[in-house]
Design a protein around this ligand. Structure first.
Ligand code: NAD
Length: 474
């Protein structure tokens, strides 16, 4: 595929924006122009929604087994072309190839998991008060789904939504992040090649404020599934909620990792470095608050700073994102916090920030409450598990949390009381897999879970079927 002009995919055909306008996408690794993408607007969204509406009924007529088989084909094609997919992701995001390959594999696994649901998508049978009445539940598609995604792990972000949405018999329009247009087009073209009918999975490229808004506001979109920031999610919930569309939100986090005085320190350091700095901290589940018991604080801090200094700075997605992170760190320093590592733009081309550790910010400071979505983590000191849990819960967000301890009692107490959708003991703040429902509480989401069979609940409605038999007619 050519990566110099990334178009929309509507009804199986690549098309530029109707306005003929393009946006520029820069390569994070060196700041050079990577490609142009269609700058779509309401007319393009209209065309994609019409294509989806037209294609959906025939797709929904196919059995779940058939739909699963087609998606299995797509997952297998993606596996065969994982190198090509990963190269696109590396160019668009600047992340290491190994990480991009792992993400391609994760998207494949999501496809295979969902495909298996074709033969396993169980409903329920239940009792009834009336004799000879049999009651069962079946899944129904919703119709047309708008899928809006973030840039951080481009292939899994789309796979987590598109596979279950399409499997459930919907047609969909993906509005990928304007930072990762080519990987989205690659994914949707593989779907076509695998046998997903034209119009069932469409892509509309462009800005959130233009193409994204048009998709959210479109009267003929039955469901909006969004992965991105809490601020945008709040607006989407209000806007699509007004017409009573279903809205699934997977939002940000300010995830905490707690290190108790009985923790295995080398293990805690290893997981902290991975959770805070892998993918340049651009993970919704990144550990951006590290809460350490007094007794081990000095040792932990010394080893963490030493570990962070050994890491190669990786690019963040854009110049604007880098400026925002540098501004937040400078603001914290001006307010009295100390920058122990990083905090500066790395030399050379590209949008690179060295792994950054800040200590001495209070729980109420802006940097403690704002998700930076970059390689910046904060250190806090506590004297007890109660204090640690109180600090962890003193956040607008509640996506993931981790505790490092040798005590089963402390681990269970933390798991019970922490406000988060995912809890990890003695590991990182991330680690989801395709069969595990993922999502958060408070400003991290609205209760839906992506991945796992829970994802099918997002993209389908339950219908209760009552069958009443008359034995006299038997
Ligand atoms: P963002 O909110 O800026 O953008 C996300 C997507 O929404 C993009 O496609 C963007 O173009 C679009 N968009 C922006 N404004 C819009 C609007 N008004 N209407 C419709 N669409 C709009 O977020 P981002 O910077 O791309 O991603 C970072 C955020 O995503 C972080 O908060 C991160 O935690 C979150 N995230 C969450 C998860 C999760 O599963 N919970 C996973 C990955 C990322």
């Amino acid at each position: 595929m050519t990566t110099d002009e990334i178009r929309n995919l509507i009804a199986g055909t690549r098309a530029p924006a109707r306005s003929g306008e393009w946006l520029e996408k820069l390569r994070p690794a060196d700041g050079a122009l990577l490609c142009r993408l269609a700058r779509s607007g309401a007319e393009d969204v209209d065309a994609a929604v019409a294509a989806a509406r037209a294609a959906q009924p025939a797709w929904a007529e196919r059995t779940p087994v058939e739909r699963g088989d087609v998606l299995r084909n797509q997952a297998q094609l993606l596996r065969e072309r994982r190198d090509e997919a990963a190269e696109i992701v590396v160019a668009e995001t600047g992340k290491p190839l190994e990480l991009a390959l792992g993400e391609a594999d994760a998207a494949v696994e999501m496809g295979l998991f969902v495909a298996g649901e074709g033969r396993r998508s169980y409903g329920r049978t239940t009792t009834a008060s009336m004799k000879h009445r049999t009651v069962l539940t079946v899944r129904q598609p919703l119709g047309v789904a708008g899928l809006i995604t973030s840039f951080n792990t481009p292939l899994p972000n789309i796979a987590w939504k598109a596979f279950p949405a399409v499997f459930c018999g919907n047609a969909a329009i993906v509005k990928p992040s304007e930072e990762v247009p080519a990987s989205a087009l690659f994914f949707a073209e593989l779907a076509l090649e695998a046998g997903v009918p034209a119009g069932v999975l469409n892509v509309v490229q462009g800005r959130g404020a233009e193409a994204g808004v048009a998709l959210v506001e479109h009267e003929d979109v039955d469901l909006v599934s969004f992965t991105g920031s809490a601020a945008t999610g709040r607006w989407i919930n209000e806007t699509a909620g007004r017409r009573l569309a279903k809205v699934c939100l997977e939002l940000g986090g300010k995830n905490a990792l707690v290190v108790c005085d009985d923790a295995d320190l080398p293990n805690a350091i290893r997981w902290t470095l991975a959770s805070a700095f892998s993918n340049a901290g651009q993970r919704c589940a990144a550990a951006s608050r590290i809460v350490v018991f007094d007794a081990v604080y000095e040792t932990f801090r010394e080893q963490l700073v030493a570990g962070a200094r050994t890491l190669e700075p990786e690019p963040v997605i854009s110049e604007a994102a880098l400026e925002r992170m540098l501004g937040a760190v400078a603001g914290a320093a001006a307010g009295g916090a100390t920058v122990l590592a990083g905090g500066k733009r790395s030399d050379g081309a590209g949008f690179k920030l060295a792994p950054t550790i800040v200590e001495g910010a209070s729980a109420n400071d802006e940097i403690s409450r704002t998700e930076l979505f970059g390689p910046v983590t904060l250190l806090y000191r506590v004297s007890s598990l109660d204090d640690a849990i109180a600090l962890v819960n003193d956040s607008p967000y509640g996506l993931t949390a981790s505790v490092h301890t040798a005590s089963l009692h402390r681990a269970m107490c933390f798991a019970e009381r922490v406000q988060a959708g995912v809890v990890v003991v003695n590991g990182g703040t991330h680690g989801s897999e395709p069969h595990m429902g993922f999502g958060g509480v408070k400003d991290s989401g609205t209760g839906w879970r992506e991945a796992g069979i829970e994802a099918l609940d997002v993209y389908s409605d339950w219908k209760v079927v009552n069958l009443i038999a008359d034995p006299a007619l038997a």
